[in-house]
Structure formats: structure tokens, C-alpha cells
Design a binder for this molecule. Structure first.
Ligand code: ZN
Ligand code: ZN
Length: 204
């Protein structure tokens, strides 16, 4: 399929709806999730819950959530603030895992594209430049969607030790603001048990 055809598929449209625009980043997340799902389909038992770990919080993560069904709220979508285009997918029970990392030369925007990204960020792009940016962004997305997965990513089995569900704790009121706070998040300061908001707030 061509990039333009992929963009029109139902599954990609869902990613687009969720994220709000077509961009190379979203396309990377889509391809990474596909690669991960394919690997897991061959290597883990089908009824096992899957977990995704993302090492950035950029555009691609939206496609990962849509494609895998792993979400923040369910606790099976985990963000590690490593600033890398690395996505790990695994089965919760078996721990069978695959690590999908973007190759250094996989996404190389031209100098012009980089300039325009910067101008867009600084809100300095003229109408014409905005148009050019959108077209380069679109072309960049198609390139990502069309390239063979092995050219985009290093895809390798890995091991993940993942703690079992332990997300529900009792809540107690914070001694300062009175708001109910998960007991494990209250910290003792000067004999009071206070929440993180109160701890971070400047003392009055
Ligand atoms: Zn985006
Ligand atoms: Zn408080």
C-alpha cells in the first residue's frame, strides 16, 4: 500500500482522529505499534494482557495507544521520560517483550523541513511557508508509512520485569489542604502528612 492508501484505512483514521493531524511522528508510532503487535502475535499467548512502554511523550504515542489499546488509565501504558523514540511491547504474564527503536537515519527531515518546523514553533511562518510545511510534513509521513519496518526500526526481543497490578491504595486526607490523597503519596513534613501539591507550594 502507498502512504496515501494507508492514511485512508480505518485503523489509521482512528489514529488521526485521536491525534488531530497527520505528521511523521504519528506515523512512526503507528509503524512501531504495528511491528510490536506483529511480533507479539507470534510470541505471546493470545489471551494475555499486553503492556506498552514508551520512552517519549510525543506524537507517536497517540498512535501507540490507539493501535494497542494500552492506555494510561488502564495502567498498561507506561511513560519513561528518556527522550527516545523507543517503544517496548510485552505480555504481562509471560514478560515476552519486543523492543522497537527508531534507527538514527530513519527520519531525516531536510534542512528546509527543519527550518520550517522551527518557524512554525515560533509562529513566524508566512502563509506560503505554512503551506510548504504542511506539504513536507505530509510527504514525510508517507515516507515513514511506506518504508519497510526493518529500515525504520531495530526490532529485537528483550526482557521486561513488570510488577503486578498494585495501583489501588487507601486514601487519607492531607493534613494541610484536607484533600483525599493516596496514602503512599502523602509525605511526612514536620510531623504533618501532606500531599505533593502542598509540599511544592511555597510556605505562606
Ligand atoms: Zn503530531
Ligand atoms: Zn495538601
Amino acid at each position: 500500500m502507498t502512504g496515501e492508501e494507508i492514511v485512508r484505512t480505518d485503523e489509521f483514521k482512528k489514529c488521526l482522529d485521536f491525534h488531530g493531524h497527520l505528521c511523521p511522528g504519528l506515523s512512526i508510532g503507528y509503524r512501531a505499534a504495528k511491528a510490536g503487535l506483529e511480533w507479539l502475535a507470534e510470541n505471546r499467548s493470545a489471551d494475555e494482557e499486553m503492556v506498552a512502554i514508551v520512552e517519549n511523550d510525543a506524537c507517536g504515542c497517540d498512535a501507540v495507544q490507539v493501535m494497542t489499546g494500552c492506555t494510561f488509565g488502564k495502567g498498561n501504558f507506561i511513560f519513561k521520560d528518556h527522550g527516545k523514540q523507543v517503544f517496548t511491547f510485552f505480555g504481562r504474564k509471560s514478560g515476552k517483550a519486543v523492543r522497537v527503536s527508531l534507527k538514527p537515519d530513519a527520519l531525516a527531515p531536510s534542512e528546509r523541513h527543519r527550518d520550517l518546523i522551527q518557524k512554525m514553533r515560533n509562529k513566524e511562518a508566512s502563509e506560503e511557508e505554512q503551506e510548504e510545511f504542511r506539504s513536507l510534513h505530509e510527504q514525510g509521513s508517507y515516507v515513514v508509512l511506506e518504508r519497510p519496518a526493518e529500515e525504520l526500526f531495530k526490532i529485537e526481543p528483550t526482557q521486561v520485569a513488570f510488577p503486578p497490578h498494585a495501583r489501588i491504595h487507601a486514601s487519607n486526607p492531607c493534613d494541610r489542604c484536607g484533600e483525599m490523597t493516596m496514602a503512599t503519596r502523602l509525605e511526612e513534613v514536620g510531623g504533618e502528612k501532606i500531599c505533593r501539591d502542598c509540599k511544592e507550594a511555597k510556605p505562606s
